[in-house]
Design a protein around this ligand. Structure first.
Ligand SMILES: N[C@@H](CCC(=O)N[C@@H](CS)C(=O)NCC(=O)O)C(=O)O
Length: 205
């Protein structure tokens, strides 16, 4: 650990009493703390983000985007082996569940926060109220239109609300089944806790 260089984590602010509005930022920060990797945070800047998304890091002089890629890079550079207690089958299942969460379940929360009007009021307040008046008025409208297109492209907003929640509940049931058998810790349980936590904020699932 003595050779660890400082890592700079670029992410959004903490909101609603949770570590971050972005589950992917919470996931990465949890990993850093859990592995005791020193870091300092800086405000997310989309103009230098390698993939235009948060989180991203500066590590050994390079900017790296994508929480998974960052974790993989750090594991390789710092000789960390996650989930070494899992057998091959468990590793495959773990991978599949993680993809379900990040590429499926996550979008239900994303849609829920940005597209349901009463939740959108909370998001607007938390993310944009600190901006100067012109930006505060224009940016949320512009971004919400983009989110609407993203949700349509992904497909989540083409379903009825009940169908979306039914799928999320099934996702959670699959996780419960897996974790009740495999014990409490793996990176996947981190993803599970952190991706679902912002959803629980709205008491919907
Ligand atoms: N696969 C990426 C997903 C990151 C992601 O979707 N971040 C969202 C915030 S939760 C974001 O930055 N969205 C902005 C955009 O899509 O332009 C990761 O694991 O880091």
């Amino acid at each position: 650990m003595s050779q660890i260089q400082e890592l700079v984590l670029f992410q959004g602010p903490a909101v609603w009493g949770i570590a971050n509005g972005s589950p992917f930022c919470i996931k990465l920060e949890f990993f850093l703390r859990h592995q005791k990797i020193p870091y300092r945070t800086k405000m997310f800047n989309p103009q230098i983000a390698p993939r235009g998304k948060m989180p991203f890091v500066k590590w050994q002089g390079k900017l790296i985007g994508d929480s998974d890629l960052i974790i993989k890079t750090l594991c390789k550079d710092l000789n960390i082996e996650l989930d070494k207690h899992l057998n091959e089958e468990q590793k495959h299942l773990s991978h599949a569940l993680k993809r379900m969460l990040e590429e499926g379940t996550y979008f239900a929360g994303f849609w829920n926060r940005w597209m349901i009007d009463e939740n959108w009021e909370l998001v607007k307040q938390a993310y944009f109220s600190h901006l100067p008046p012109l930006l505060r008025n224009l940016l949320p409208k512009f971004l919400r239109k983009q989110v609407k297109r993203t949700c349509h492209g992904h497909g989540i907003s083409r379903y009825e609300i009940d169908e979306i929640y039914e799928n999320v509940n099934k996702d959670l049931a699959s996780l419960d089944h897996f974790f009740s058998k495999e014990g409490p810790y793996s990176l996947e349980i981190v993803s599970r806790a952190l991706i679902l936590r912002p959803m629980h904020f709205f008491h919907l699932f």
